[in-house]
Design a protein around this ligand. Structure first.
Ligand SMILES: NC(=O)c1ccc[n+]([C@@H]2O[C@H](COP(=O)([O-])OP(=O)(O)OC[C@H]3O[C@@H](n4cnc5c(N)ncnc54)[C@H](O)[C@@H]3O)[C@@H](O)[C@H]2O)c1
Length: 257
């Protein structure tokens, strides 16, 4: 492949869930810098619109779609609106996620709390794949990337819902790769502790020092660090890569002990 094509996303359309802020926003901006038109699906419509404006300033098209990934109607609307406004779908970044990680004392939470972790981290992305893949096959190019987490392989207290739901993400992409090929690839990026609003709200200097004890590259991650791995999977450079999980974690793990 010509060098100029390896990271070229011109003429491609990418949906980024949770794209208004944090890792999703950095990913949306980086894909746009490589030429992709962007559809942001986020339940914070005000921030999604602001991010879409920043993206448009880069010279590509961007739309903000109100979408709570926990609602099936919103997922269907996100797909339909993207196809109608931007003409197709080539890339899907299943990034909106989260849950009760760190607060999941098994004697204080219920099975419903675990179900919610799965609904947010696994089922919503699985459903979007089901809706988006036929459009990708039609276009002859498809790349799906889930945001998983180091919690999917770490073993920690109070993480049993978030951790197992993110572990399910890794195995979801490994299996769906066999359903979606050859036109569509599917992979996951697993961030370590990354400085976004979610993390900053609980970070203290003491917590940061502990997290860096087992981190060879002595700093926490940035949203841009994670976006780089997203770009790799989204772009033609990774055309023979599917079913994989890539951890982006400063070479170690940011546990709390
Ligand atoms: N920040 C970290 O340290 C870290 C580490 C590992 C994994 N992750 C994962 O990265 C992903 C993004 O996290 P972040 O740190 O960028 O968060 P963030 O809070 O900075 O941004 C999340 C964005 O997603 C949107 N969002 C949240 N729930 C939504 C829903 N139900 N429907 C639609 N939009 C929704 C929010 O409005 C926001 O714009 C998540 O899947 C998270 O589990 C983050």
């Amino acid at each position: 492949m010509e060098i100029s094509k390896l990271f070229d996303l011109k003429g491609k359309t990418a949906i980024v869930t949770g794209g208004a802020n944090g890792i999703g926003k950095a990913t949306a901006l980086l894909l746009a810098k490589h030429g992709a038109n962007i559809s942001i699906g986020d339940f914070n419509l005000e921030d999604a619109k602001k991010t879409a404006k920043e993206i448009e300033a880069l010279g590509v098209k961007a739309i903000a779609v109100s979408c709570n990934v926990l609602k099936d109607d919103d997922l269907v609307n996100l797909i339909n609106t993207t196809v109608k406004e931007l003409g197709g779908i080539h890339i899907l970044i299943n990034n909106a996620g989260g849950g009760g990680g760190g607060r999941e004392n098994p004697f204080k939470i219920s099975v419903d709390d675990i179900k919610r972790d799965y609904e947010l981290n696994v089922f919503s992305g699985w459903r979007l794949c089901q809706l988006a893949v036929p459009h990708m096959k039609k276009e002859g190019y498809g790349s799906i990337v889930f945001t998983t987490s180091m919690s999917s392989i770490n073993k920690s207290p109070n993480m049993s819902g978030y951790g197992i739901s993110k572990a399910a993400v890794n195995h979801t992409v490994a299996n769906l790769a066999h359903d979606f090929g050859p036109e569509v690839r599917i992979n996951a990026v697993g961030p370590g502790a990354t400085r976004t609003a979610a993390l900053e709200s609980v970070l203290t200097p003491e917590i940061e020092a502990t997290m860096l004890k087992h981190t060879p590259i002595k700093r926490l991650g940035t949203a841009e660090d994670i976006a780089g791995a997203m770009l790799y999977f989204a772009a033609p450079i990774s055309e023979w890569v599917s079913g994989q999980t890539l951890f982006v974690n400063g070479g170690g793990e940011q546990t709390l002990e």
